[in-house]
Write a protein that binds this ligand. Sequence first.
Ligand SMILES: [Mg+2]
Length: 360
Amino acid sequence: MESFRVPLPGADPAFVWRHGLLGSSPDGEAAVLRIGTDDGATGVALATRPGMASAVEDIVDRVLRDQLVGKDPLQREYLWHRMWEIDRTEELPLPVLGLVDIALWDLAGRMTSQPVWQLLGGFRTRIPAYASTVTFSSIEEFLDVASQSLDLGYQAVKLHAWGDARADAELATRLREHVGDSIPLMYDGSAGFDLPDAIYLGKALTAAGFLWYEEPMREFSVTAYARLARAVDIPLLVAETSDGAHMNSADFIAAGAATFGVRTSASMRGGITGSMRTAHVAEAFRVRAEVLGDEIPSQHLSMAIPNTTYYESLITSNVVQKKPEIDSEGFVHAPTGPGIALPAGLDYPAVLRPYVDGTT
Ligand SMILES: [Mg+2]
């Protein structure tokens, strides 16, 4: 088991999510975790969020190598539970908690020459993508970005906006008028509101016919979300960043807060294993598990989870760039390489490729 630090170029151009949040990261470092077997097979996982390079290096050197090396890498269930035991005293950052699991799924895929979505039991081979905006400076610029995205084939648009309930409500209304009734629209609050403002905005999004209302508040209070769900008609998509994987998602659902569904992702839900558990819990309650888009494992998850609707594709600049993984009809297709690897055509820092391919 090894961890590497590799240079990670910052977003160009830089962007912001909403007022008050840190925006895109400047040039920094990513963590690469590589797990090898005695017969030479390897699995790789990447952590690209800020600060993860040092966090991964620390936990590998101080705890994980000693705790995990020598165990059977195909016993992912045992190792997943082992990570939660380690988490009890370490309180690991969520992206680190799932990193070993991601590398083990990659390893299993490489050993069997299958992409991970197939190992998981594939459900589909393509899924429509939505254009997920960052925050732009004016309503007019948002409308322009939406038009460019739809022209490129995207089938739906999700707003990350300013985090001002009145301004964002006005934006949502104007966007609906701009694109017409047939384009699915979604709104992501990036946890910018308290309950009164979340209710105000939720009513505006309902009037504008939005498909879902995502993470309007920090996800610490399930009760606040349950109250929001009772106060607004628009379906809520929740539990993106909260700790506790499927166990926590279950509480949001049971409280009546996940009226559209829950978020799922390898980085925030404990790797591939935790993501799939979350999706299955949601399916049991007949709600969706929508995959967080801008991560390497997300294409695999979106091909394997039945109760998911879209692939999230980030639009971080105006002019909107065509992304190689999205076809002209707005679909992303199932990766074909073994393991998680680098899905074909994914926009990914070239500097990481040799580490992922195992050629360095
Ligand atoms: Mg979100």
